[in-house]
Design a protein. Sequence first.
Length: 345
Amino acid sequence: MRLFWLVFFLYLSSFIFSQSGGESSYQVLNVPFSARTASLGTDFISVLDKDVQLSISNPCLLNSSMHKKLAFSQGVYGATQLGSLVYAKSIDSSRTFSLNLRNINYGNLRRFDTKGNEIGTFYSGDFVLGSGFAKKINPVMGIGVQANLIYSQLESYASFAGGIDFSSYYQFLKHKTFITIIAKNIGGVIKPYIKNQKLHFPLEVQMAISHQLKHAPFRISILAHNLNRWDLTYFDPNKSREIDPLTGDTLNVPKAKFSEKLFRHFTYQAELLLSKNIHFRLAFDYHRRKELKVNEKPGIAGFSFGVGLMFKRIQLDYGFVCYSASGYGNFLTLSTNLNHWKRNE
């Protein structure tokens, strides 16, 4: 086991320090598909319970309580539609695996010729086939891995790629505290859209901690994302520089302070556990708010919220994400355990 983690971190470091802050392809790997994940800031990786959809974001969360759990999610963001299907099965009390399908349909986009004349529409979409496996090492520690095969189509151009996620967790049972770390989207391109095209995977390292309060129905979580990239601020090269009215000198564009760069890495999440049957959720992503808010009307950009309702045989979750004043997403998840539908003999 020690040899495994040594090789893993050496392999991971070669990717981390070779990646720049440039644009990455295959962002379908970072999109939230479940309502619960969306309502908690689009990345939620630090709770070990029966929610099989969380295994897409963090494979080490797979556990025996998810045995024969099936979940379907649907999301809408403007004209873009998202969907996912997840199923988990336990081999024994310490080993569980899952299969998942994810799809993003960007809708029919308008096609133009070189002269700007509209000549019809074309399809674009992304598909992911994933398989996860988790092993519980002891009562407080576990590891997980997930392999993803990605197919992306943009008009007549298609691309194939493959990636792997590695994760582990440690929990303090007495204090109801859970800590996890994941290195996601370690992979490569099998076939680019265009021959000899260079594409980059959206490699990311995340760490999160959750704590359930002892005498109150709250669970609070903090997610640290993009730990492999310190500066997440965006510099607009088209932004005009200001002129000092007294001297006439051109002023340099101010750089982001240390505190600004630090806070952009955190997402704050909270769940109100009113009972076993109803949960309310709320999250705030500072980085998303800074990047996507409209200065004249910031509204609730960066906030997300949702609710979970647990019935006898099914669980229904709803999530809302506000990206900006002009863009938001709605997500719905329906999940059940197939064992609950068996007839009593």
